[in-house]
Design a protein around this ligand. Structure first.
Ligand code: HEC
Ligand code: HEC
Ligand code: HEC
Ligand code: HEC
Ligand code: HEC
Ligand code: HEC
Ligand code: HEC
Ligand code: HEC
Ligand code: HEC
Ligand code: HEC
Length: 319
């Protein structure tokens, strides 16, 4: 028990000192205040905004921001601004109004909203690439995805996250409902398992630098190394697969043999339904294949190791 307490204390100290290195300006002042004093700061606003407000405001105390024992957390004014004019007369808007909903006053520009959040969150590791990222460039507000007063922030829960993204990304909404799909609707895989919505060094806000590296995070077995590699597999999984959904299982962009013939140009052209004539036969390579070889798993009936082979005799990816 003593050990546990020691551990917690030590951890707390480490945490506090790690934080001290990049203390945001607005939290610096707060650092000297006790939880009671912190609550007191909120009373400037909570004397009017209490449990009688139309939309629940005090639920913020059920979120990490409302944890007054943590001196780094913002007061009401830490996010909404000092808002002195609003306090003196309700006809004036507070300094920062979040969200896209219009209430008594119109919402602030996305840029001003985000500045309020970024005073504390810009240095977080996950937001290093926010500036210049697709969402920042498109003027999307932090609060288009995050809800600060709600006890349950939908976008940070795997099961409810897709609904938040789908409000804008309707193409992906349709794709994940196709016959073959990553189990996103089922709540097992989240958009944020592959994407960092805050920005990234890779393409399409992917968490890793390439599509293939992103896929390897879960499908590690496809990384190999293989004795016999299949060139497109090491280059880009998305050559053959679509990440969100497809009606051709498993997540394929087109149906074999067509998928394969895009590059291989009917190596067994004598019977290939694609080329369909003897002219495509290459140097006696094409064996006489029964046409049912092109139904079912098509090319994979014989070339079953399409991602690569470790069999000494697997040069043609057939074992
Ligand atoms: C003297 C009472 C009073 C004080 C103090 C006060 N407000 Fe308000 N506030 C109001 C009233 C009244 C409204 C209009 C509410 C409405 O019509 O829904 C309002 C509206 C707001 C809104 C917009 C709500 C919406 O629906 O769009 C925000 C945000 C807000 N206040 C934040 C604050 C913050 C932050 C503070 C402290 C810095 C604060 N208020 C202090 C009375 C007050
Ligand atoms: C005064 C500093 C400050 C401001 C301003 C601020 N935050 Fe935070 N935020 C924090 C702290 C401290 C935490 C807790 C971090 C931790 O536990 O590691 C936090 C946590 C979070 C979390 C994670 C919550 C969780 O469950 O772990 C989210 C999401 C977040 N903030 C979003 C925002 C957004 C959006 C805004 C602007 C509307 C904002 N923050 C403004 C300090 C701030
Ligand atoms: C497009 C939607 C979206 C936008 C816009 C967005 N976030 Fe997030 N945010 C997320 C998702 C999704 C997660 C959960 C990520 C995870 O679990 O890996 C998250 C997590 C967080 C967290 C907690 C975990 C962490 O990454 O540290 C913080 C803090 C946070 N966001 C702050 C912000 C701030 C500040 C902004 C605005 C500059 C912002 N977010 C804009 C979707 C968004
Ligand atoms: C972490 C930043 C943050 C802090 C701290 C914060 N708010 Fe907010 N506030 C927001 C955001 C973001 C919204 C938009 C609605 C939402 O995300 O839940 C909002 C909305 C509101 C609204 C409008 C209600 C609505 O749903 O339209 C009022 C009123 C309000 N806040 C008052 C307060 C008061 C009073 C405090 C202190 C107890 C406070 N806020 C603390 C970020 C914050
Ligand atoms: C299994 C990983 C994975 C998951 C989960 C995932 N994505 Fe993607 N997403 C990708 C990859 C990879 C690309 C790039 C595709 C390409 O290059 O062809 C992409 C591209 C995108 C694009 C850009 C599309 C374009 O044509 O430019 C959007 C928007 C997108 N994803 C949104 C989402 C949303 C919303 C979710 C959750 C519902 C989601 N993604 C879940 C991997 C994923
Ligand atoms: C408020 C609307 C909105 C929400 C919510 C939203 N996005 Fe976006 N997203 C955009 C816009 C606008 C763009 C840039 C234009 C485009 O590519 O469609 C974008 C672009 C993207 C891209 C493509 C980046 C590129 O380089 O082409 C991805 C991936 C993406 N969003 C993922 C997500 C994920 C994941 C979520 C949920 C966590 C989400 N978005 C929530 C509006 C939104
Ligand atoms: C976050 C983990 C994760 C990442 C990252 C990931 N996958 Fe998956 N993938 C899964 C899960 C979970 C399944 C479902 C497995 C099951 O149902 O047995 C799956 C299934 C698949 C399937 C089979 C689909 C079917 O209909 O049977 C393919 C193909 C696939 N993933 C390709 C990819 C590609 C390509 C990428 C990179 C763009 C990728 N995956 C990234 C977790 C992931
Ligand atoms: C040349 C086209 C092609 C490329 C490139 C490709 N795949 Fe596949 N993948 C297929 C085909 C075809 C199948 C179906 C195999 C079958 O039916 O035997 C498949 C099946 C899968 C499956 C489900 C069955 C299994 O083997 O686990 C996963 C997961 C998968 N691929 C992941 C990946 C990943 C990850 C990458 C990138 C590293 C990738 N694929 C690159 C063609 C490709
Ligand atoms: C994006 C182009 C592309 C696609 C699509 C593609 N391949 Fe390949 N494939 C290649 C390349 C490049 C090589 C290496 C050729 C070489 O080394 O001469 C190769 C090699 C092979 C080999 C080994 C034979 C050899 O000459 O080395 C077989 C078998 C093969 N592919 C089968 C398939 C099958 C089956 C599919 C469909 C699931 C497919 N390929 C899809 C580009 C592709
Ligand atoms: C019934 C089994 C079978 C099927 C089905 C089959 N192949 Fe082959 N494939 C072979 C055999 C056997 C060889 C080697 C022939 C030889 O060495 O004479 C071969 C050779 C190849 C080669 C290397 C030679 C070359 O011409 O470049 C490629 C590439 C290839 N097949 C691709 C495909 C594609 C693409 C499909 C689907 C359209 C397919 N195969 C369907 C059995 C098959």
């Amino acid at each position: 028990m003593k050990l546990l307490i020691k551990f917690i204390l030590l951890y707390g100290l480490l945490f506090a000192s790690a934080y001290a290195e990049n203390t945001p300006p607005s939290a610096e002042k707060a650092a000297t205040k006790s939880p009671a004093q912190q609550m007191d700061r909120d009373s400037v606003c909570t004397r009017c905004h209490d449990e009688n407000d139309k939309t629940p405001v005090l639920t913020i105390y059920q979120t990490p921001h409302g944890n007054k024992a943590d001196s780094r957390t913002p007061s009401c004014q830490g996010c909404h601004g000092e808002s002195e004019k609003h306090i003196s007369s309700k006809t004036n808007s507070p300094d920062v109004i979040f969200g896209i909903k219009k209430g008594a006053y119109s919402a602030s520009d996305a840029k001003d909203q985000n500045t309020a959040c970024l005073t504390c969150h810009e240095k977080d590791q996950n937001r290093t690439h926010w500036q210049g990222g697709a969402h920042q460039v498109a003027d999307i507000a932090c609060t288009s995805c995050h809800q600060s007063h709600a006890a349950h922030d939908k976008v940070r829960d795997k099961r409810t996250q897709p609904d938040v993204c789908f409000t804008c990304h309707t193409d992906q909404k349709a794709q994940v409902r196709k016959f073959s799909h990553h189990p996103i609707g089922e709540g097992k895989v989240a958009c944020s398992d592959c994407h960092n919505p805050h920005g990234s060094a890779g393409p399409k806000l992917l968490k890793k630098n390439t599509v293939t590296e992103t896929c390897y995070t879960c499908h590690a077995e496809k990384r190999g190394p293989y004795l016999w590699e299949h060139q497109p597999v090491t280059e880009d999984c998305a050559t053959c697969h679509t990440p969100h959904g497809s009606n051709i299982t498993p997540l394929l962009k087109s149906r074999p043999p067509f998928l394969c013939d895009e590059c291989h140009d009917g190596p067994h052209a004598s019977i290939s339904p694609v080329a369909g004539n003897a002219a495509g036969m290459q140097g006696g390579l094409s064996p006489t294949l029964p046409s049912e070889s092109f139904t079912g798993r098509a090319c994979m009936n014989c070339h079953s190791m399409v991602h690569g082979s470790n069999d000494p005799a697997g040069a043609l990816l057939q074992r």
